[in-house]
Design a protein around this ligand. Structure first.
Ligand code: ANZ
Ligand code: ZN
Length: 817
């Protein structure tokens, strides 16, 4: 009786052996060309779910493959361990967030080990460890010294349920809800720390040094939102300049009013006493609306006149200054020139409030009349009513109106070319407990000072009441915030906010190289060899937060002299999402959650890994399928059996050359597929190969050189996918430990060509047809093909076939009686 494969025992055996023999040990100096493979680190929520498996096991397969390709591969793992859920869970269970977090980490680390990944756990990074967040604080201070961290009192997005501020990226959807809890976000005025990511806006638009999915690049490009145009200076009657940003400076001669955002700092000054009450009321109302509501083109345009006027620098005419909610303080300069002839929103506004409309672009073959126009003309045409621009074609090209307008503005000193970005600075202050304390001291004498670097880390105290009140919990601690001023030694206070956890994940890839290094965020000698990350993998949901922040962070690190490259991750691959069997997002309430622990206990990690990779293209994700899971289990067992079982001796002749060809074709196919993350087709090729091996086993090929070579190749090709099974089989075929230290098999080009042969098809010796088949096609296949030929069928005319003789490479003879 053949021995059955016992995945659970086998997996434990090898996981232990791998750990003892240290085959995944990180080499500070790579011993071969380096390959830094990184997968996004998990949040320690308490349980590894199938989504983690879907993100990590294919990454591990790819990393293992690269190692067999001859690279020294670093594939580290850690935990993104600060953040709100720890506090919420801790409040619910009445335990400390630290305790909750570290218990979860412990559990998840075990689950990750059970997955059979090639992780060197000595390189692990836990972002809530003081030895980690110390460097968040250190970076903060470097940013501060360079003017890249600054504090302002400003209206910020505030989640009333999480009781904290949010970065703009964390406010999602048209309804502007909190990304975490879905509560509608409100505005609140607070003193907040921001990182000046906008200083890098232009450079962040340069994607030429990275190979990232087009989708992510587009999302980042749109998020940064670059607009080219001009800033134009209008002057109020009291002499204050009002700068507007416009993409159409050529329409300046048609600007018949100005509109300020209700929050614009000049509103109070330009407002006349007669208008003050309505202006105040309007400001109040606008403050309650969301940005999306304010920008909506559907919405009726509203606004009020301030009672003030400014001078249009081109026409020298007085234009009224209005405020309206469709102008946002957070974009451009927070003020616009109203050009109702050519901007639809301005047109609607002018019609609603009876403001004059002037046409400055006449379209070809039409004469627009402001009195009868029903909408603005944003298109092409010839400039009219525009002094020096008259007669020019309207457009952005050379010799066209926009360039001419900018030149005119610059000559007159009334404006200049300008670029505006949608990107805002990154707000990092959080009024929560479980995060990195901001290393700043406020001294009544000396002002705002960074904590001296030798005093880092500023540790997070344990004895804090962290139940959210809207106040920073650290502020409520009886003593923590009191300190002495590093400059004058007098009484001073610490900043009591903590940092956004996206700070932690902005640079963790550097820390993995030397997680306990004390002289800097990472050991530069090791960084020299290993950076940057060669291959990053993770979810596409991080397109505009994490993936933008880490690019920004690396550029700052470069400017600080810490690294000598511009981009943190050269290549990026985004996996899809694994859905429940019902094709819906997995969720407890739907009851469609698949628990990897159960599956591993039943089928082993290798089968689960393989199934996840076989389910479909990795970037597309797909629904769970229990039948498919069983299919994978069968495949694992078939691999086991083909290597370990001894068949009965056979005298059927086998084709050694054909076996060699399929072996080499499989090497090439699996390798090519792994290069492009096509795990599913790679596994399909392996399945075909195993089928072929089952056929070959029933012939004299069993036990031949070609057989042994094919089996050995199979085990090597399985190694990245089913690391435990492959290791066990490798031992069983008498090869030395470890299969994971073997080179990837090479294929022989000359064996790849799929040779075609033409066969004559005879009936009782008489030629009836010719068929073309692969040179190594099986006899059964050739027989089927010959019998299904139309000509053969016609000639047979219902007669019974006595037998069919296949002469390989030559002919098929069908004998009828
Ligand atoms: C005059 C004008 C005439 C405009 C015209 C457009 C067409 P993008 O492409 O998104 O950058 N604008 C500027 N600042 C604004 C703000 N804070 N809130 C709302 N709208 C603002 O759009 C730039 C255009 O949006 C600017 O060009 C300005 O209107 C408006 F025929 O100025 B334009
Ligand atoms: Zn002081």
């Amino acid at each position: 009786m053949a021995e059955r494969y016992d995945p659970v025992a086998t997996e434990q055996k090898w996981q232990q052996r791998w750990a003892e023999s240290g085959i995944y040990k990180f080499h500070p100096i790579p011993q071969a060309p380096k390959h830094y493979a990184l997968t996004m680190l998990p949040y320690p929520s308490g349980n590894l779910h199938i989504g983690h498996w879907y993100a990590m096991s294919p990454s591990d397969t790819r990393a293992r493959y690269m190692r067999m390709r001859g690279y020294d591969v670093f594939f580290p793992m850690g935990f993104d361990a600060f953040g709100l859920p720890a506090e919420n869970a801790a409040i619910k269970r009445n335990i400390h967030p630290r305790q909750w977090t570290y218990a979860n980490i412990e559990r998840m680390r075990q689950q990750l080990k059970a997955m059979g990944m090639m992780i060197d756990w000595d390189q692990e990074v836990i972002t809530c460890d003081p030895e980690y967040y110390r460097w968040n604080q250190w970076f903060f201070i470097q940013f501060f010294k360079r003017g890249l961290a600054y504090r302002t009192y400003a209206p910020v997005d505030w989640c009333p349920s999480c009781n904290t501020t949010l970065a703009r990226e964390q406010v999602v959807g048209e309804e502007r809800r909190c990304e975490r809890c879905g509560t509608p976000v409100i505005k609140k005025d607070l003193d907040q720390w921001l990182f000046r990511i906008t200083a890098y806006a232009e450079e962040l638009l340069d994607f030429s040094k990275i190979e990232w999915p087009e989708r992510i690049i587009t999302m980042q490009r749109n998020w940064i939102g670059r607009s080219e145009g001009a800033s134009v200076i209008f002057t109020t009657e009291s002499g204050d300049p009002i700068e507007v940003f416009t993409t159409r400076p050529d329409t300046l001669w048609g600007a018949t009013f100005l509109v300020l955002a209700p929050e614009h700092p000049l509103v109070d000054k330009v407002t006349s006493d007669a208008q003050r009450a309505v202006v105040e009321a309007y400001k109040q109302q606008a403050a309650r609306e969301s940005e999306i509501e304010r920008l909506s083109t559907e919405k009726e345009k509203t606004g009020v006149w301030t009672g003030g006027y400014a001078i249009n620098p081109a026409t020298n005419q007085r234009v009224p200054i209005w405020i309206a909610d469709y102008v946002l303080m957070s974009y451009g300069t927070g003020a616009i020139m109203g050009v109702p002839g050519h901007d639809q929103r301005d047109f609607e506004f002018a019609r609603a409030y009876n403001l004059p409309i002037v046409v400055v672009v006449q379209p070809e073959g039409q004469t627009l009349d402001p009195a009868t126009m029903s909408e603005a003309w944003p298109g092409e045409g010839t400039m009219v009513n525009s002094g020096p621009l008259n007669g020019l074609p309207a457009g952005k090209g050379e010799g066209q109106s926009v360039k001419a307008a900018i030149r005119w503005l610059e000559q007159q000193g009334k404006g200049r070319a300008a670029v505006t970005y949608r990107l805002r600075d990154w707000l990092i202050s959080r009024q929560r407990y479980w995060g990195t304390p901001i290393p700043i001291i406020y001294c009544p004498q000396c002002g705002t000072l960074p904590v001296p670097e030798e005093q880092l880390p500023v540790t997070l105290p344990d004895d804090v009441d962290f139940v959210p009140t809207g106040q920073s919990p650290l502020k409520l601690h009886p003593t923590w915030r009191f300190t002495t001023c590093p400059q004058c030694g007098g009484q001073a206070e610490r900043d009591t906010d903590t940092m956004d956890t996206f700070v932690d994940s902005s640079w963790y890839q550097y820390r993995y190289l030397s997680p306990h290094y004390t002289e800097g965020p990472f050991d530069p000698a090791i960084g020299q060899h290993w950076l940057p990350v060669d291959q990053y993998t993770g979810g596409a949901e991080h397109a505009v937060m994490h993936l933008l922040y880490t690019r920004f962070w690396t550029k700052v690190m470069r400017d600080l002299g810490l690294v000598d490259f511009d981009e943190p991750m050269v290549r990026l691959f985004n996996q899809g999402i694994i859905l429940g069997e019902d094709n819906e997002k997995m969720s407890k309430s739907r009851g469609n959650v698949v628990d990897p622990d159960d599956l591993v206990a039943r089928y082993g990690a290798d089968a689960v890994r393989t199934f996840l990779m076989f389910i479909g293209p990795w970037d597309q994700g797909g629904p769970w399928n229990s039948r498919g899971m069983e299919g994978t289990v069968r495949f694992v067992n078939r691999c086991w059996n083909i290597v370990t079982e001894q068949p009965r001796p056979s005298s059927t002749p086998g084709d050694a050359e054909a076996l060699r060809r399929i072996t080499h074709r499989t090497i090439k196919k699996v390798g090519d597929d792994l290069e492009r993350f096509a795990f599913n087709t790679a596994i399909a090729a392996l399945m075909e190969f195993v089928n072929e091996l089952y056929r070959a086993r029933e012939t004299t090929l069993y036990g031949s050189d070609a057989w042994h070579a094919a089996i050995r190749t199979l085990v090597l090709l399985l190694a990245p996918f089913t690391p435990h099974l492959a290791e066990e089989l490798w031992e069983r075929i008498g090869e030395p430990y470890s299969v994971h230290q073997q080179p990837w098999p090479q294929y022989d080009e000359t064996l790849l060509a799929e040779q075609q042969v033409e066969l004559a098809v005879q009936i009782n010796g008489k030629l009836r047809d010719r068929i073309t088949v692969a040179a190594d096609a099986s006899e059964e296949y050739i027989r089927q093909l010959a019998l299904s030929s139309d000509k053969v069928q016609a000639a047979l005319n219902g007669k019974t076939v006595a037998k069919t003789v296949v002469v390989p490479g030559k002919l098929v003879n069908i004998v009828v009686r």
